[in-house]
Design a protein around this ligand. Structure first.
Ligand code: FES
Length: 78
């Protein structure tokens, strides 16, 4: 495993949960554990990040992904 990991911050606050962050988190885990990405990313679940209007909110490499879905994440970590 590479010692270098990029962090994926997924909000686990109430608005993001209502918008599907739990299911999105499962999808992200599956994606980052796939052969192509294994060891490169670490998923961090956060409290509310104050982007509730963009729920579910994800931050990758300092970039906010608004109303994120698994396709957005996949495109971002390619
Ligand atoms: S609940 Fe997710 S940003 Fe506020």
């Amino acid at each position: 495993m590479s010692p270098y990991r990029k962090f994926i911050f997924l909000c686990n606050g109430s608005d993001c949960k209502k918008a599907g962050s739990k299911k999105l988190g499962s999808g992200i885990k599956e994606l980052i554990n796939s052969e192509d990405h294994k060891g490169k990313f670490k998923l961090i679940k956060t409290k509310c990040m104050d982007f509730c209007k963009s729920a579910p909110a994800v931050i990758i490499q300092n970039e906010l992904i608004k109303k994120a879905d698994i396709d957005d994440i996949e495109a971002k970590i390619k």
